[in-house]
Design a protein around this ligand. Structure first.
Ligand code: HEM
Length: 526
């Protein structure tokens, strides 16, 4: 029989776990009332500790195990609860219930830096994570995005190298900054596919004024799938109602010194005051014909689809209106995964996304100590969950009753859940053929055209900030060859920019890097 959590312990009806002056009585994890929490049990005073002191041993044991591994990336983050309200109806392109006009879906959102460890300062020059868990009626959908619409690499197999190069160098354990060191620039300069993202990280985007002032992007091309099984490609965009704002580099440096918690404090205070931050969710929708006519591959995560070509359609608003009750329980233990999709939303063949779908669950198995982390309240779906999965560390919701397998013949009373061919998640039946190969598609080969497009789209002060940032960051690189290699790529992006940086570094202008493919001059879809 289930135990009544309010069970009173004594016959008189009063709960004995209350002190005479009205406090809750301190107990051990086993519920034993504690008499002395200031001194351990000893033989004589002073005298050796006695093993009998179960309270001391339990208290110290628990303290000794307080830390769990920090996230391998995005270790420093800050989260809040909220709600997403659909303001437009997307049932013409997706069966996902959360996109029906007026539908409200609870969310948990975590913002983060990528490279710094858990104790690093907030206003570092870095990409920001923007991860949203939607607790929909048909399970959890995680939109695990960043504040920049493109990424450094095209294939997931390069991710460990990118992160090793960006994190502190292994022999010396510094520097913390993502950008200011030889290993990072060595990797970037040897990987021309990073060049578009390099332009973005050298821009003011990577020193936001606060989380409330950031855009967010799903980055990859995903699919929306309608009730008939038709697929439409989609890119997701978050647009802050407060507009996008950044700080200048000298402000960032001062802020990091004066208040390393600047971003988290800003978000917490705004929500406490009732000044709830909001973002509109927008979608860029396009079909295979557009994809075929686009000069770049829509599956290449180092490319974006210009909003002039495919305008962003606003479909809903997210409001963050509740701070967490406990930082560790929620913000630290939340587990996002690109693989968490709901009926009506699907994957594309983006080779970065495909690898991410493996990585998140894998890392969380270790970070959260076993296969049952979906039982942690922040990760629990808000809809019914029925599986035959059982046991493992911290199993808290094993299948009850006789059946823990299927098919079984125990009927609706005792037989447990059944699959639902009508309403269950259906993968988009994309036709696939071709040889097994490591080959990267030729359509991924132009690394400079969109980098240039981004640079020239910036205002004059923004372009100056980018030139200053490149000069400053590369001035921290000790090896001349690496600096020179970066400038050789810049020459393919914008000659004036390359010359400014070379001059700032007192560097002789190198030959331009040899592009893998001729740049695309006409950037509009054909
Ligand atoms: C966190 C892997 C690319 C956004 C993580 C974590 C891993 C990971 C292992 C830690 C997860 C955890 O401990 O819970 C990868 C791999 C990638 C990749 C293998 C490429 C192959 C990206 C991209 C984006 C992104 C392209 C943005 C579109 C995030 C975010 C988090 C994260 C926002 C933090 C989630 C949170 O707040 O808990 N990633 N990542 N990652 N990643 Fe990625």
């Amino acid at each position: 029989m289930a135990q009544d959590p309010d069970l009173k312990l004594d016959d008189s009806g009063a709960n004995r776990q209350t002190t005479r002056d009205g406090y809750e009585t301190m107990t051990t994890q086993q519920g034993i009332p504690v008499a002395d929490d200031q001194n351990h049990l000893k033989a004589g005073a002073p005298g050796p500790m006695l093993m009998d002191d179960f309270h001391f041993r339990e208290k110290m044991f628990h303290f000794d195990h307080e830390r769990i591994p920090e996230r391998v990336v995005h270790a420093r983050g800050y989260g809040a609860r909220g709600v997403f309200e659909a303001t437009d109806d997307l049932s013409d392109v997706t069966s996902a219930g959360l996109f029906q006009k007026g539908k409200k879906t609870p969310v948990f959102t975590r913002f983060s830096t990528v490279a710094g460890n858990k104790g690093s300062p907030d206003v570092a020059r870095d990409v920001r994570g923007f991860a949203v868990k939607f607790y929909t009626d048909e399970g959890n959908w995680d939109l695990v995005g960043n504040n920049i619409p493109v990424f450094f690499i095209q294939d997931a197999i390069k991710f460990p190298d990118l992160i090793h190069a960006a994190k502190p160098e292994p022999d010396r354990g510094f520097p913390q900054a993502q950008t200011a060191h030889d290993n990072f620039w060595d990797f970037a300069s040897l990987s021309p596919e990073t060049m578009h993202m390099i332009m973005w990280i050298m821009s003011d985007r990577t020193i936001p004024r606060g989380f409330r002032f950031m855009e967010g992007f799903g980055v990859h091309t995903f699919r929306l799938i309608d009730a008939e099984g038709k697929s439409t490609y989609v890119k997701f965009h978050w647009k802050p109602k407060l507009g996008m704002q950044s700080v200048a580099w000298n402000e960032a440096v001062k802020l990091n010194g004066a208040d390393p918690d600047f971003h988290r404090r800003d978000l917490w205070n705004a929500i406490e005051k009732g000044d709830y931050p909001q973002w509109d969710l927008g979608v860029q929708l396009f079909d295979q014909d557009f994809a075929d006519s686009f000069p770049f591959d829509v599956l290449d995560a180092t490319k974006l689809i210009p909003e002039e070509d495919v305008p962003v359609r606003i479909v809903g608003t997210m409001t963050l209106n509740e701070n967490v009750d406990n930082f560790f329980a929620e913000t630290e233990q939340v587990a996002f995964c690109t693989q968490n999709v709901v009926p009506g939303i699907g994957f594309s063949d983006d080779p970065l996304l495909q690898g991410r779908n493996f990585s998140y669950l894998d890392t969380q198995l270790k970070r959260l100590g076993g296969p049952n982390f979906t039982r942690i309240p922040v990760n629990q779906p808000r809809c019914p969950v029925h599986t035959f999965q059982q046991d493992g560390h911290m199993a808290m919701k094993n299948p009850m009753g006789r059946a823990n397998y299927e098919p079984n013949s125990w009927g609706t009373e005792a037989g447990g859940p059944r699959e639902d061919p009508d309403r269950g998640y259906k993968h988009y039946p994309e036709e696939v053929r071709g040889p097994k190969t490591f080959h990267r598609s030729e359509t991924f080969a132009d690394h400079y055209s969109q980098a240039r497009q981004f640079y020239v789209s910036q205002s004059a002060p923004e372009q100056k900030h980018m030139a200053d940032a490149l000069t400053f960051e590369l001035s921290k690189v000790e090896h001349g060859k690496i600096r020179s290699r970066v400038v050789s790529h810049l020459l393919n992006i914008d000659e004036t920019l390359a010359k400014k940086v070379a001059k700032g570094l007192r560097l002789e202008l190198p030959e331009p890097a040899r592009p893998a493919r001729a740049p695309i001059t006409d950037l509009a879809p054909s």
